[in-house]
Design a protein around this ligand. Sequence first.
Ligand SMILES: NC(=O)c1ccc[n+]([C@@H]2O[C@H](COP(=O)([O-])OP(=O)(O)OC[C@H]3O[C@@H](n4cnc5c(N)ncnc54)[C@H](OP(=O)(O)O)[C@@H]3O)[C@@H](O)[C@H]2O)c1
Length: 351
Amino acid sequence: MLRVIQWATGGVGKAAIEGVLNHPELELVGCWVHSAEKHGKDVGEILGREALGVRATARVDDILALPADAIVYAPIIPNPDEVGALLRSGKNVVTPVGWFYPTSSDGAALEAACQEGGVSLHGTGINPGGITELHPLIFSALSSAVTFVRGEEFSDIRTYNAPDVVRWIMCFGATPDEAMKSPMLKVLSGGFIQSVRMCLDVLGFSTDAQIRTKQEVAVATAPIASPIGEIAPGLVAGQRFQWEAVIGERVVVRIAVNWLMGEEHLEPAWTFGEQGERFEVEVQGDPDCFVTIKGWQPATVEAGLVRNPGIVATALHCVNSIPYVVAAPPGIRTYVDLPLIAGRAHPDLSR
Ligand SMILES: NC(=O)c1ccc[n+]([C@@H]2O[C@H](COP(=O)([O-])OP(=O)(O)OC[C@H]3O[C@@H](n4cnc5c(N)ncnc54)[C@H](OP(=O)(O)O)[C@@H]3O)[C@@H](O)[C@H]2O)c1
């Protein structure tokens, strides 16, 4: 069994713990928490289930000293120094917060930490870390002469149960000017530009592609009820972010997210379209390929606030990568380096 530590118990962290408990090759041995009130609690209590015999700690030194094979690192704000210390302590790190496809200069310090600890760092998730680079590349394998790939999300942001993030980091409920001047595009670009670069490099598009970014907002035209409070008319209730790689006049990679507070009372009158919430992957080549993924969005806003399948999928992409990351040679290991990552069968098919 591979010993796993969970770092932070937000939406992703709690789903990752469940994923570790369900995985036949993994066992939970430790847990770091940011919140002082969770320190010392049994992890089962934090999840609202039976005791697991593993106590959470808010002390980093406890985690560094704990023998383990891997850490699922899922705090709200990534700290590269912290990740470096975890790697140097000899623990593989899998994470949805970054390092999907860092440049050699961006990744240099953590590459050195990997080599020192004899372990690997793998950035993964759903978006980035799935739909925006892994899945277009997987489907490109069934086409030749590829001219364009796309990964795009269409989600109701009211189902993302991280109200402080939605209000204060993503700027929903802010004025359009505040949202456009916020660091959000820059923060998101840190991950999504890595996705664009992975597509460009792996598909072999010319190295002089230019990457351009775009942010658009929609405002409420009437009060919109939401988990972050009522969005008053004139305030931000929808946002679209887009990253495109362009060669000459031709767009060769497009990654986009469409996050709306529902589909009513928006100006411009954005909707999800006939297919509703979804993720899309597209490859233009010979042949073209269009993939729509359903199931990663909850059926209702209320269900999403209890357990959001997109957050669960993010956590499981981390958890399921652990056996492959542990087996990999030390270093920053992206999808380009790792073998096929798969989930595991349910242990009891009679249920
Ligand atoms: N790549 C992807 O596809 C993808 C998808 C979803 C999320 N993410 C990323 O994954 C991370 C976790 O997301 P989430 O939805 O789980 O967020 P979340 O529910 O807001 O939870 C994050 C946890 O971080 C800890 N925390 C709070 N304040 C902190 C601080 N100042 N410094 C360090 N840790 C702090 C808390 O842990 P405790 O409760 O244990 O104290 C909190 O529960 C975020 O960075 C998010 O952007 C990536």
